[in-house]
Ligand binder design. Structure first.
Ligand SMILES: [Zn+2]
Length: 236
């Protein structure tokens, strides 16, 4: 019964009190609001809550909705309102957390500002380009200049750096590696760029730019050595 055209201002409280919606004309096509008791909703609410606290913000300000799309992507609107695709929710937890950390970073750094325009963000080298793929269904809202705003290259790189801090505060011991892995994974789950988009997307850094800015990554986790295994095997 919740129409796709409804906004989620007030969805802040949605995390705890159910989805309190108010009218808003800029909600993206395909948006839906899962039940507050839906496991996916609960999972995202938990991740977003942790990320907001890790970013030094009030988690009660944050709200979210989902978008029916196989593409792994996230979008920011003003008022700490995020949209996450079904495709993203099918990714491993660490990737979802990295994506959320990046979006929270935009919010705590004030990138969205007060403009009521849906912002297109995240996703590697513009992994969100996947939304331009035929059949994905987000084309209308993405190409509508009244609705979409891409963050600038500098803001994306800033948000990545802030996301590293947020991921660390969320308990990830190797946050740079987690974010780099997420950027690559999201890019791999979205179609390649198509030509003719430069005008809209020229402000966005490439995946290579973003990965380079995360260097040096933390060393990979050490494999369990045979000695350690043998010792472990002798434990009662
Ligand atoms: Zn971004």
């Amino acid at each position: 019964m919740m129409a796709p055209t409804m906004g989620i201002r007030g969805c802040v409280t949605a995390l705890a009190a159910g989805l309190l919606l108010s009218a808003c004309a800029t909600t993206p096509e395909g948006t839906y609001y899962a039940s507050p008791t839906d496991p996916t909703t609960v999972r995202m609410a938990h991740i977003l809550h942790r990320a907001a606290i890790a970013g030094g913000d009030d988690p009660n300000r944050y709200g979210f909705a989902f978008i029916k799309s196989p593409t792994a992507a996230a979008y920011s609107d003003e008022d700490a309102t995020f949209y996450f695709t079904d495709g993203l929710m099918r990714q491993p937890a660490s990737i979802i957390e990295a994506v959320v950390a990046h979006e929270v970073a935009h919010e705590v750094m004030g990138h969205v500002g007060t403009r009521r325009k849906l912002s297109l963000s995240l996703t590697a080298s513009f992994g969100a380009l996947g939304i331009f793929a035929p059949g994905v269904g987000l084309l209308d809202f993405v190409v509508n200049p009244l609705v979409v705003r891409a963050f600038g290259r500098h803001q994306e790189l800033q948000a990545d750096q802030k996301a590293v801090e947020i991921l660390r505060a969320m308990g990830h011991p190797a946050p740079r590696r987690v974010l780099a892995t997420a950027l690559e994974a999201v890019a791999a789950h979205t179609p390649r760029e198509r030509e003719g988009l430069e005008g809209l997307l020229a402000t966005h850094p490439t995946l290579d730019d973003r990965l380079a800015a995360l260097i040096p990554l933390e060393p990979p986790p050490k494999p369990v050595t045979p000695v350690a295994r043998a010792q472990y095997g002798r434990l009662p």
